[in-house]
Design a protein around this ligand. Structure first.
Ligand SMILES: Nc1ncnc2c1ncn2[C@@H]1O[C@H](COP(=O)(O)OP(=O)(O)O)[C@@H](O)[C@H]1O
Ligand SMILES: [Mg+2]
Length: 254
């Protein structure tokens, strides 16, 4: 089982989009995928068509040990793709995680119980230096850092790398940074705009040896695919899907 988080410490950086399409793609390729929504905003849960009912367990109950990990996992409408959902109540878990003293390792521990059931676990992470973020990173063998190809994205990249370095110094993060995924890169037709190119060049200079992966182009087609719950290739937009194919490659085989 390979566990990968999408982390970026600002909103709107493409985390949920990346987890959504990568999960669908892996599942379509026949891999058994567990998507985990660890953001109380619960966008991934919504994208995957799940609604947490008041009496049903979600990530909150899994983390606090009120239910077994398996009991927090739901089927989705996609073959091979399963979900541990979130709802707004998830913000309450921070107190539990911080008082437990070993918050960074709790998700890792909970996932051990289902390690034989999945090839990949993909985690959508809350964009803040929270206990929830810490436990997701602590459970991950690798992380992806999506960031907008603009100044806000550059700042999110700086904060995120800083956070990962801190966690790595504390041995709470022992995984690998798979790469930075530039998000909403502007192209006109088949040509990248100068602005997009310059922003990505600036990121390359900043990150040194960390790979900058293929960028996700700015396009309404992604939103439309998300709304319809489809892969871009299923909408006839195979070229736009390339960043997720590259991510699947970078994740390696299980
Ligand atoms: N390629 C794209 N171009 C423009 N907007 C996009 C694209 N892909 C997704 N979006 C939209 O951008 C917004 C932010 O993306 P999201 O993945 O939710 O970011 P995060 O999870 O980091 O907050 C969402 O409303 C999403 O629908
Ligand atoms: Mg999100």
């Amino acid at each position: 089982m390979r566990t990968c988080s999408c982390i970026s410490l600002s909103g709107g950086q493409g985390k949920t989009t990346t987890i959504f399409f990568t999960s669908l793609l892996l599942a379509q390729q026949g891999k058994r995928v567990l998507a985990i929504d660890s953001d109380p905003q619960a966008n991934l849960t919504f994208y995957l068509g799940h609604e947490v009912q008041p009496n049903q367990p979600s990530l909150l109950e899994v983390l606090t040990g009120q239910v077994s990990t398996e009991d927090g996992i739901y089927e989705t409408s996609y073959e091979n793709l399963f979900l541990i959902p979130a709802d707004r109540g998830l913000f309450k878990v921070s107190d539990y995680l911080s008082s437990s003293g070993t918050g960074a390792f709790i998700l890792k521990l909970r996932l051990k119980a289902v390690a034989n059931l999945f090839d990949y676990v993909l985690i959508d992470v809350q964009p803040s230096r929270s206990q929830l973020c810490l436990t997701a990173v602590g459970a991950s063998d690798c992380v992806l850092i999506p960031v907008e190809a603009n100044v806000k994205g550059m700042n999110s990249l700086i904060d995120t790398l800083d956070f990962l370095q801190e966690q790595s110094n504390l041995m709470a993060f022992t995984g690998k940074i798979l790469g930075v995924v530039p998000f909403r890169d502007r192209w006109v037709g088949n040509t990248q705009t100068l602005e997009g190119r310059q922003n990505i060049e600036a990121m390359k200079e900043f990150v040194g040896s960390t790979p900058i992966l293929a960028s996700i182009r700015e396009s309404e087609k992604f939103k439309s695919a998300i709304r319809q719950g489809k892969l871009l290739s299923e909408m006839g937009q195979t070229d736009l899907q390339y960043p997720f194919e590259q991510i699947v490659e970078a994740l390696g085989y299980e």
